[in-house]
Design a protein around this ligand. Structure first.
Ligand code: GLA
Length: 355
């Protein structure tokens, strides 16, 4: 189906946004720390036109569903349309004068949903970018990212950070996006040409709203209270006084974030020095910390990570919000054929994607 098939006219504006894989730095963004995602080829495309029938009409090519509505009341349906309504709600809230301009919206996407590669942020960024074009609001890509985060936080109800929206709005394919989540300063780093990053899908569906994401968020906020700091991201491993946290669970969660931030800083150096061994070790240590201290991994995911390492990867880890989804592995290009051959013994080729 095309825009014209559904709405019987041509679209006025088109925009798109990509999914991302986070190479390292998990649950560090909302603690004012560091992350290093990278864009993927999977993307979401939004087409739009103004609607004369005084109704919002939205068609999703993936779900083969058309939904019409007139209000933006927060729905608890846990449905894709929530994100569209959320974007309109946030956009109109900033632009009261264009409130109630009815629209036709066509969505098509190649991004697997609920696999930790940020399908929802790409959807929000793409919608907000097309609204920005349609209404000439001239928002910067950074502002688009901030609005997209508002959709997740204020409308959907996930206490997420800013990583996904920033990279989806500003990132460039084949470059690592190193981001300081407090200042929102970023650097686009070249990936060494003999490094191959590969995703393996654990096929475990996750949903940030249902998962323990918000619970982890609250635990880290409690850790900040124990340590009497505004942001856990400001605490260096050498300054971490573990005796200040007399709750074993909170201590483990804080230890993950504090060591993870340090790993991101070292990973940046490793990329700049083209040190694949160091980067790989940091990824694997990140996974260990994510699995043991943050308890955000699953058995299936741990098995993929182990198999990937024994198949010749330099490092491997679960990527994204946790509790299932994709793993990311780093492989030297000389070993890639061998790694792929080994992994093909365990996993269907359609679940393995080169970044
Ligand atoms: C999700 C959130 C991000 C980040 C990651 C975990 O993708 O949207 O803000 O917190 O989880 O690193």
């Amino acid at each position: 189906m095309s825009f014209k098939d559904i709405f019987n006219e041509d679209c006025l504006f088109t925009n798109k946004a990509h999914a991302r894989v986070n190479l390292i730095g998990e649950h560090t963004d909302y603690t004012g720390g560091y992350v290093m995602p990278c864009l993927l080829n999977f993307n979401t495309i939004i087409q739009i036109s103004k609607n004369k029938n005084k109704v919002y009409q939205v068609y999703s090519e993936n779900f083969k569903e058309k939904k019409d509505f007139n209000d933006f009341i927060k729905s608890k349906n846990n449905d894709w349309i929530d994100y569209v309504k959320g974007c309109l709600f946030v956009f109109y809230d900033e632009n009261k004068h264009i409130h109630n301009t009815h629209l036709n919206i066509f969505i098509t996407s190649t991004i697997p949903i609920g696999r930790g590669i940020s399908s929802s942020s790409a959807l929000c960024v793409a919608i907000l970018k097309v609204l920005n074009n349609c209404f000439g609001t001239q928002y910067s890509d950074k502002h688009i990212a901030i609005l997209a985060q508002k959709v997740e936080r204020n409308y959907i109800g996930v206490s997420g950070g800013i990583m996904d929206q920033m990279v989806s709005s500003i990132g460039i394919n084949n470059k690592a996006f190193y981001l300081d989540c407090l200042s929102l300063k970023y650097e686009l780093l070249d990936l060494p040409s003999d490094w191959v990053f590969c995703l393996v899908d654990s096929a475990v569906q996750r949903n940030l709203r249902d998962s323990s994401y918000n619970e982890r968020y609250s635990q880290l906020k409690r850790a900040e209270e124990y340590l009497n700091v505004e942001y856990l991201g400001s605490v260096k491993p050498s300054q971490f006084d573990q005796s200040k946290i007399n709750d074993e669970l909170i201590l483990k969660r804080a230890r993950h974030v504090i060591t993870e931030n340090d790993r991101v800083l070292r990973a940046k150096e490793a990329i700049l020095n083209k040190d694949i061994k160091l980067f790989g070790n940091l990824m694997s240590n990140s996974h260990k910390s994510y699995a043991e201290d943050f308890e955000a991994s699953t058995k299936d995911v741990d098995e993929i990570v182990e198999r990937s390492l024994s198949s010749g990867a330099e490092g491997a880890r679960l990527t994204g919000g946790g509790f299932g989804g994709f793993t990311v592995s780093l492989i030297h290009s000389d070993n890639y054929q061998e790694w792929k051959k080994n992994m093909d013994n365990f996993y269907d080729s359609k679940n393995i994607f080169e970044v």
